[in-house]
Design a protein around this ligand. Structure first.
Ligand SMILES: O=C(O)CCC(=O)C(=O)O
Length: 275
């Protein structure tokens, strides 16, 4: 039986997002959080806020999560024959921190020619209104890409600090998740998140995004992880799953993927951040 019910698929189509979806038990999520926090201690240069992209290329347990059958089953219900994962982002907000994400649409700078993609945002801690969970402007995926302004704010943890004006905050929905649950969102959905005013870390992994079989790069190189069963189009560069934590090979694969991603995300920008 598919993981997502027909009602959930219709909710996604109508609203541009669906949640919560159970991926891991709370115990499994706590195990992955401990594994991630252990890796942050062992490999501080590889895993920090300025180096948050594509950690699944150096951490086998994150690659396993990217290929979790529940996530892939949901992706297959929402896009046409998903073949690959473009990127992942560790969205970590420290306790009582000003870090936030401005209102934006993912597809704006992703450098692919289609919106047949879906992002899976998996909570490894609880993610609540107090801790700055993802908030969504429901239904905004229907109106195409809106103009974005880059602001590069110091506490804005989005790449260019890009934002869409005119979102009525009163109408947005806080997508609260318990550890191990995920939300799924459409690449045209306007979303963002507020600061973490709780006393705990808020840790989420965004698998951004699973692409349908007909999606192609429109700009730059894309280093992708195959998610099968169909072939990945040769216009994408296929990368391997890591075989150990932060190996020399894994680091090289990630560095190349992140350099290519930076060229895509910062296209046309005078400024670049390290992520
Ligand atoms: O984790 C957050 O606060 C924002 C996540 C986000 O913007 C995304 O997954 O596209």
């Amino acid at each position: 039986m598919p993981v997502l019910s027909d009602k959930q698929v219709v909710h996604y189509q109508d609203h541009g997002w669906v949640a919560p979806v159970d991926v891991l038990s709370e115990e499994e999520a706590a195990g992955l959080l401990a594994a991630l926090e252990g890796a942050e201690v062992r490999y501080p240069d590889d895993l920090h806020g300025g180096h948050r992209n594509n950690a699944h290329l150096v951490l086998p347990f994150l690659a396993d999560l990217a290929l979790h059958p529940v996530i892939l089953d949901c992706a297959a219900a929402l896009v046409d024959r998903p073949t690959a994962l473009l990127n992942s982002v560790l969205f970590i907000k420290e306790p009582d921190s000003a870090a936030h994400v401005s209102w934006h649409q993912d597809a704006t700078y992703m450098g692919v020619d289609s919106a047949d993609l879906v992002t899976a945002w998996v909570a490894l801690t609880s993610s609540t209104a107090e801790s700055g969970c993802v908030s969504v402007a429901s239904g905004t995926h229907r109106d195409g890409i809106r103009p974005h302004v880059d602001q590069f704010g110091p506490d804005n943890i989005l790449t260019r600090g890009q934002y869409v004006d005119g979102i009525d905050e009163a109408t947005t929905v806080d997508v609260e998740l318990r550890p191990g649950q995920m939300s799924l969102h459409h690449p045209h959905l306007v979303h963002g998140s507020r600061p973490n005013s709780s006393t705990d870390r808020r840790v989420g992994v965004a698998f951004q995004s699973y692409v349908g079989a007909e999606v192609r790069p429109s700009r730059g190189e894309h280093h992708v992880l195959p998610v099968g069963p169909g072939p990945v189009d040769p216009s994408f560069t296929v990368v391997p799953r890591p075989i150990g934590e932060c190996t020399a090979e894994g680091r090289a694969v990630r560095a190349a993927a992140n350099a290519a991603l930076s060229d895509v995300l910062y296209h046309g920008s005078a400024e670049r951040r390290p992520y």
